[in-house]
Design a protein around this ligand. Structure first.
Ligand code: CA
Length: 231
């Protein structure tokens, strides 16, 4: 028997979330849920085999657009259907490059929602079954589908930012990367903040991945410039 298709439902309004969860479960899907953007990103890290995410836009904390942006920045190819409440939101989903695959406007019927999910699964078929999801460097294996990092087969728990930094390093091994480039690759071009955040995260990442964080052998500092991944 094939594995059940697994959906992540991200919606802060309990009544709407329950309604979706009940209907998808009845239709034979495996369903997990999150009530905020932050919780959604955690679920994507922890849970295996999520194929499609239903993503409400108006969420407490980071909104659906930002969740979508971060998921795509990390290279994930999961299907994303935005749940929109207003026409302005539809305009943003369709008008901007948010990385979403489709959108459904509230209120929607279970039948309509399931039809959209099935259609998306058909389009994704092959895309998410390709095994192009592993990047290996020395003792490290980064799985871009599950957004996980293993060192010598042992899982290292990373934040979304740390994961994205690791991915950028592995995509650019043995290349000096300026702090500015790292900032825009990880936080986005529109990030307004200090370069210092790059150093703060680099320090934390070293504590997690280096054998001896005081004498790092993987993440090398390029003085006055940035960092380099030693492959
Ligand atoms: Ca909401």
């Amino acid at each position: 028997m094939p594995a059940k298709k697994k959906i992540l439902v991200v919606e802060d309004e309990t009544s709407i979330r329950s309604f979706i969860v009940i209907n998808l479960s009845r239709a034979g899907y495996e369903v997990c849920e999150a009530d905020s953007g932050e919780a959604a990103l955690r679920k994507l890290d922890e849970e295996r085999g999520i194929g499609v995410m239903l993503l409400d836009i108006m969420l407490p904390g980071i909104d659906g657009f930002e969740v979508c942006r971060r998921v795509r920045a990390g290279g994930s190819k999961i299907g994303i259907i935005m749940l929109t409440a207003r026409t302005q939101e539809v305009d943003r989903v369709t008008g901007l490059m948010t990385g979403a695959d489709d959108y459904v406007t509230k209120p929607f019927s279970p039948t309509e929602l399931i039809a959209r999910i099935d259609a998306l699964y058909r389009r994704l078929d092959g895309v998410i079954s390709e095994d192009t999801s592993k990047m290996v460097s020395g003792p490290f294996e980064l799985n871009t589908r599950n957004r996980t990092l293993d060192k010598n087969g042992v899982r290292i728990r990373l934040t979304q930012v740390e994961y994205t930094i690791m991915r950028y390093f592995l995509e650019n091994p043995d290349r000096a990367i300026s702090r500015e480039d790292m900032l825009s690759a990880v936080w986005g071009n529109d990030y307004i903040g200090e370069l210092k955040i790059v150093d703060v995260n680099m320090r934390r990442l070293r504590l997690k991945i280096e054998d001896d964080p005081a004498n790092p052998s993987y993440i090398q500092t390029v003085w006055g410039f940035g960092y380099k991944w030693n492959s």
